[in-house]
Design a protein around this ligand. Structure first.
Ligand SMILES: [Zn+2]
Length: 683
């Protein structure tokens, strides 16, 4: 739901964002992992291979993954831990154990319903029956927007996105948000580009649509016709959509208006009826993020035939739940979204998919059980200590900047000081007492969980901002910065070995999790984040000259990444990945500064495994990015992901850091350092 203007800035690639982590065994005095390196390679010439060569050799991508990384290692380990938690809870539910906590009851029952393969197979298409009836009952044009509202309420996403979130220009209130959407392919460009690879994916998408219509009961020629209809509608929506790069400009997606204003953009649609159906008699102020898109959507709603809309809505209904339906739907869904788009060889085992769904649906219940076992108050205190040291380092670094005026520096410090920090898990777990989760039907559990979440979201309107809310669940192996909250958030899931260890060598912790903390903090000052002030409002605090200086420096990092060519003729898109790349570079610089301060108070061994402190910092950082990706996944990432491929996230920052060349005593002939006129220095 958190899309569009105030999308959270996740730290790592989207595909690693779901799930979980656990630290069962911990190596005392954990340091970098010398056994995973390839020390036969020169560190200065190829630092990624030097730091990770052996790991790459030893870790082929598992068949049910499209990529495999340090984050995926933790995710896999944690899935295994969560499975044990869910199975224990399930046993207690089956035995009606009276001592089970509410969270255990929810997780146990949900897991049992999801593992009931026979029941799910027997139900077949039945979970879609009610939605299909609503669509079939569309008789007149005015019914369309009502049915779209019904679908939005139950978790499907036809035509556009709706959610409630902070007003980007007045973050003390929630408002209604409407965003572009309605596409089945990962981005508008998949509909608009005409190169061979894109055409091939589009053809396979049409085949997938045909398969789904076949499963909904259409004869082959009807299914074929319907697939073409969906592609036609979605292509028109794609043409009216903003590109991913245009979406990086938060001002471009801010258009505050009331219902009357929306009526001027789209005079064809009864928007009051839409909001009424959602249970919002008074939608209040609305941010229509992309007015041009809504003008086109309105024209389409008033001109495209009802039969074609019914076809499009049937697809959306099936698409929203395909991965949780019977095996025919699950396999079809995997064939296109797993195999074709990401190159994944095999579907994940059911238990992993069910845990992923529980995490998305009732994540706080599972999170509560998870942190009780796998996250200690000491770990939280240790991370907080690093956060504080890194904040001080960032403070010093801002004051020392030679390209920024004192006036802007003062505002930057004000923003830095105001950053809220969340570590581990929420102060209060979500109250699921009004949600019924039982063992009888997985589909019904999913439906009720969706409705619960929708009601919870709607109820925010008019209420004070919930500062306790988290945008990721506790077991998630990821982190984020949220610009409208001005907060950095680190779930317990990411604070696990080998990414973080309470008792680790400080150099390893600062190079790894320390750089991640610095990365998230820098997001407050990247090309997007810098446009929000200390209170999270989209409001400039920069002098004109300082802004110009920043943009010039950001352009240099865009250029640096444009040079990378990971596969085929495809280059990294410097503009799409600018925010993450700025955060990587800034994060490393300030984490290294913080390490230098931290070791003064807490001296560390100068040499471990033959590496100096600063060498260990850089190696730990490179090891946090060890990963392999399938070619299909890499192409998808280059087209859609604001994160650059991991090897570039290792090689690019060190090419801007004389600190690296000094740490490894690189001679001029092999030094990765860029010449001074090309070197990037922002934060
Ligand atoms: Zn990030």
């Amino acid at each position: 739901m958190r899309r569009g203007l105030v999308a959270v800035l996740m730290c790592f690639a989207a595909s690693s964002s779901h799930a979980d982590s656990a630290a069962a065994t911990i190596t005392n005095g954990f340091v970098i992992e010398p056994q995973t390196m390839n020390r036969s390679v020169d560190a200065c010439s190829d630092f990624f291979e030097f730091s990770n060569g052996q790991w790459i050799k030893d870790n082929p991508i598992p068949a049910d993954r499209s990529r495999y990384s340090a984050y995926d290692e933790v995710t896999e380990r944690n899935l295994t831990a969560l499975k044990a938690i869910a199975e224990e809870a399930a046993k207690n539910v089956a035995n009606r154990n009276p001592t089970s906590s509410p969270a255990e009851k929810i997780v146990g029952a949900y897991f049992l319903s999801g593992m009931d393969e026979a029941g799910i197979e027997a139900a077949g298409i039945k979970p879609l029956a009610q939605g299909l009836e609503q669509i079939a009952a569309i008789k007149q044009r005015s019914d369309l927007i009502s049915v779209i509202a019904q679908q939005h309420k139950t978790g499907a996403g036809p035509l556009f996105g709706f959610y409630i979130d902070q007003d980007a220009k007045n973050t003390l209130r929630y408002i209604t948000q409407l965003t572009q959407g309605g596409l089945g392919l990962p981005d508008r460009d998949y509909y608009l580009k005409s190169d061979a690879k894109t055409r091939e994916i589009r053809a396979k998408y049409v085949t997938h649509l045909e398969t789904i219509f076949g499963l909904l009961g259409d004869a082959p020629d009807v299914a074929k016709h319907n697939a073409a209809t969906v592609l036609k509608i979605e292509t028109r929506l794609a043409r009216a959509s903003m590109s991913k790069i245009e979406l990086r400009d938060p001002q471009a997606s801010y258009h505050l208006m009331d219902l009357k204003g929306l009526g001027k953009i789209d005079p064809h649609t009864d928007w009051a009826n839409y909001f009424n159906q959602l249970g919002l008699a008074q939608p209040g102020d609305i941010n229509v993020a992309q007015p041009k898109f809504f003008a086109e959507a309105g024209r389409m709603l008033s001109t495209v035939s009802l039969a074609d809309w019914q076809t499009y809505l049937r697809w959306n209904l099936a698409h929203a739940t395909a991965r949780d339906l019977s095996s025919a739907f699950v396999n079809a869904n995997f064939e296109f979204y797993g195999r074709t788009l990401q190159g994944t060889k095999e579907l994940s085992p059911r238990w992993k998919r069910v845990l992923g769904n529980i995490d998305r649906s009732v994540g706080d219940a599972m999170g509560e059980l998870y942190v009780a076992k796998f996250f200690s108050p000491e770990a939280k205190a240790g991370v907080l200590d690093m956060v504080n040291n890194i904040k001080v380092a960032m403070h010093d670094s801002i004051l020392k900047l030679d390209w920024m005026s004192d006036a802007t520096k003062q505002q930057a410090i004000k923003k830095l000081d105001a950053i809220n920090v969340k570590i581990g898990y929420p102060d209060h777990w979500r109250d699921y007492s009004s949600l019924v989760i039982d063992t009888t039907s997985y589909a019904n559990n999913n439906m009720r969980a969706n409705e619960f979440e929708f009601k919870r979201m709607i109820a925010k309107l008019g209420k004070p901002i919930d500062r306790n809310e988290w945008g990721m669940t506790a077991p998630t192996v990821n982190a984020y910065y949220n610009p409208t909250m001005n907060e950095i958030v680190f779930p317990a899931g990411i604070l696990q070995p080998p990414l973080y260890h309470l008792k680790a060598d400080l150099a390893a912790n600062y190079g790894n999790t320390g750089a991640t903390i610095g990365h998230e903090m820098t997001h407050a000052f990247d090309d997007e984040g810098r446009q929000f002030d200390a209170d999270g409002n989209l409001k400039s605090w920069w002098t004109k000259d300082d802004e110009k200086n920043f943009i010039k420096r950001a352009a240099a990092i865009e250029k640096q990444f444009d040079e990378f060519n990971p596969i085929d003729q495809l280059h990294i898109n410097g503009k799409l990945t600018a925010g993450e790349n700025i955060a990587d570079l800034g994060g490393m610089k300030i984490a290294l500064q913080a390490l230098r301060t931290a070791v003064k108070a807490q001296p560390q061994p100068e040499l471990i495994d033959g590496f100096t402190q600063e060498q260990r910092f850089f190696i730990a950082n490179a090891q946090s990015f060890r990963s392999l990706a399938r070619p299909e996944q890499l192409r998808l990432q280059l087209a859609t992901d604001p994160h650059a491929p991991d090897y570039a996230r290792v090689l690019a920052p060190i090419a801007n850091m004389p600190e690296f060349t000094a740490a490894f005593s690189c001679p001029a002939s092999t030094s990765p350092l860029r010449p001074i006129e090309k070197r990037v220095l922002i934060w």
